[in-house]
Design a protein around this ligand. Structure first.
Ligand code: ADP
Ligand code: MG
Length: 225
């Protein structure tokens, strides 16, 4: 109906505005960060260096929040294209190779052969990035991330399991609430954004966790939207 069309126009206008503001915030941040790093090179004494490090870390945090908001601001009518789940997951594994190595985390994959291509938006990448990032962050002293994918009854099941600290039973419902984070420098936006993206694909996202054992994140995506 006309009302609906007007509403979606309004939403995309808000999205454009948000994206514009995000870029405007990012540019000055980039230059600030550059100057901070120049100071760092000047061999500062202990307390000055510490302050400088904190400032850089805070700038990075603002950048991260802005990036996550930028995903939300993206129009949900971004194109759907046929993509290969195995390729998406392999791409994410590569992105995290460095961080995984640093924290002694092994990333493993068990992907069923001949998975069908699925229609998805490029933002689907962000979901797996957020989930794997959380998995690695849950294992500061090392562990394993297992990614599995298989096809069943017209859906693709993607399971990402870690051997990290887990999530207490009474906290699991808070996951995906905006700004819910238990991390000192977390944004609490990653999973909210991810759930939004999965909803936009008519899929579901589910969490299972046991404190001290680990967490399973299951994403189910319909093969035919
Ligand atoms: P952030 O990572 O910035 O905290 P997220 O939305 O990605 O925000 O996650 C929200 C919270 O959910 C995390 O702070 C953490 O407490 C919990 N969480 C998410 N994934 C995991 C995981 N794999 N293991 C343990 N806790 C998790
Ligand atoms: Mg996160």
């Amino acid at each position: 109906s006309e009302e609906l069309i007007r509403r979606s126009e309004k939403l995309s206008l808000i999205g454009q505005l948000a994206a514009g503001i995000a870029h405007e915030i990012r540019n000055p941040l980039t230059s600030l960060r550059g100057f901070m790093q120049m100071y760092l090179k000047e061999d500062l004494d202990g307390s000055k260096k510490l302050r400088n490090d904190v400032m850089i870390a805070e700038i990075d945090r603002i950048n991260e929040i802005v990036s996550e908001l930028l995903v939300l601001a993206k129009p949900s009518n971004e194109v759907f294209e046929l993509r290969d789940v195995a390729q998406l997951l392999t791409h994410v594994t590569r992105l995290f190779e460095g961080q995984a190595n640093l924290y002694n985390v092994q990333i493993k994959k068990e992907l069923e052969a001949n998975l069908p291509l699925i229609e998805c938006q490029s933002s689907i990448n962000q979901v797996f990035i957020n989930v794997v990032k959380n998995a690695i962050e849950a294992m500061p002293t090392g562990g394993e991330v297992m990614m599995q994918a298989n096809q069943l009854n017209g859906n693709i099941y993607i399971r990402i399991r870690d051997t990290g600290q887990g999530i207490p039973f009474d906290e699991i419902n808070k996951i995906g609430n905006p700004f819910y984070t238990t991390k000192e420098s977390g944004t609490g936006l990653g999973l909210m954004v991810s759930m939004r993206i999965i909803e936009n694909h008519n899929g579901t996202m589910r969490f299972e966790s046991e404190v001290g054992k680990g967490t399973l994140v299951e994403v189910v995506l319909p093969v035919d939207k």
